[in-house]
Design a protein around this ligand. Structure first.
Ligand SMILES: Nc1ncnc2c1ncn2[C@@H]1O[C@H](COP(=O)(O)OP(=O)(O)OP(=O)(O)O)[C@@H](O)[C@H]1O
Length: 341
């Protein structure tokens, strides 16, 4: 578990002071993938760099692997840092070293003997899917391959925690997804805790168990990813959810559709978690002999299940429509009809 208490970072300059991280409190569970999302300037990079003391906190406590990181002196800090891997947006590889030599570098610093180093690097190359590329230089690799080297290097000393600072922001969407899949498989195989900072909600929904939203150096909202998608409280959080779900219309779509249909009912079905896997539409069409027209929908996958809504027009016998709506509301799919909950 990582426990962050009253963490602040103030940058002082001659002209002014900037509170980049403002009294943050967070608990991150062992083995979870925890996302921190925020727009530019929110304080994300500063936060993640405080975790391994690449930045010195102005105030607060960070307890990781049962040690208060903020209190460690240089020698023990160096030892503790070996248990915290980090990957970066621009990979930070050594350009004059091959893939093999880049991954071996942290092992050399830790004083691991040559044979052991060789075995470990080979294992890591296999793990990140770079077999055959050992002797390539970074300039000969694609962005995704460079980040795979970054990941292998970060894992060389068997860290307990992996910090990812916008690790997919320089990659195209397909490569982003491949790297995120790799992070999930590493999290599952090695039981590693991953803290991932990003400005993209797609990244959060694809891999994170929980998320904190940062603004002005503060955590303004946090929770399970599905909950945050379902009930975003803050305006900034809603903007992030809209990155994935699309912009909500000004007028409630139900009332817009109700105006367009003279018969039947318009309903909004709300799917959360496993419910989206139910063939609810075909079930009610068959069971109640109704015509169902899908009007609009937006369903997305998160790590813990599906989230989204579907607007449908249901036409047929009124009694059957009411029974169908009753049937749906008894399943775990939430339903709103003609604007009434
Ligand atoms: N070394 C520094 N000296 C002074 N101010 C800094 C320093 N580093 C960051 N800041 C300021 O701290 C605030 C938070 O910056 P930070 O880089 O942590 O945000 P971020 O959410 O990671 O944004 P971005 O994605 O744009 O880097 C910003 O106002 C930034 O200008």
């Amino acid at each position: 578990m990582i426990s962050i208490k009253n963490l602040s970072k103030i940058y002082q300059s001659k002209q002014n002071e900037v509170t980049a991280v403002d009294n943050m409190n967070l608990t991150i569970n062992k083995g979870e993938i925890y996302g921190v999302i925020g727009f530019s300037g929110a304080g994300k990079s500063t936060f993640v760099r405080l975790l391994n003391r690449l930045e010195e906190p102005t105030e607060g406590q960070i307890v990781m692997n049962e040690k208060d990181i903020t209190k460690l002196k240089s020698r023990s800090l160096r030892q503790e840092r070996q248990k915290i891997g980090m990957i970066f947006q621009h990979f930070n590889l050594l350009w004059s070293r091959t893939v093999f030599e880049n991954i071996a570098f942290p092992l050399e610093i830790a004083g691991v003997p040559k044979d052991e180093r060789k075995a470990k690097v080979s294992e890591l190359i296999e793990l990140v899917g770079l077999a055959g590329r050992e002797n390539y230089y970074p300039s000969q690799l694609s962005g995704g391959q460079k980040q795979r080297v970054g990941i292998a290097r970060a894992l060389a000393n068997d860290p307990k925690v992996l910090l990812c600072d916008e690790a997919t922001s320089a990659l195209d969407p397909q490569t982003t997804d491949d790297i995120l899949d790799l992070l999930v498989s590493i999290n599952e195989r090695l039981g590693l805790t991953i803290i991932l900072i990003t400005h993209e909600m797609h990244v959060i929904k694809k891999v994170c168990h929980r998320v904190a939203v940062m603004e002005g150096g503060k955590v303004i909202e946090q929770g399970e990813v599905l909950d945050v998608f379902m009930r975003p409280k803050e305006k900034t959080t809603r903007r992030f959810v809209q990155q994935v779900m699309g912009t909500e219309q000004e007028e409630d779509p139900i009332s817009t559709y109700v105006k367009a249909y003279k018969t039947g009912k318009v309903a909004k079905l709300h799917f959360v978690g496993d419910t989206a896997n139910q063939p609810i539409i075909s079930q009610i069409a068959k069971k109640f002999n109704l015509d169902i027209n899908i009007l609009q929908g937006n369903i997305t996958q998160t790590k813990d299940g599906t989230y989204g809504s579907l607007y449908v027009h249901i036409d047929g016998d009124e009694e059957q429509i009411n029974q169908a709506i009753q049937f749906v509301s008894e399943t775990s799919v939430e339903v709103e009809v003609n604007g009434d909950a």
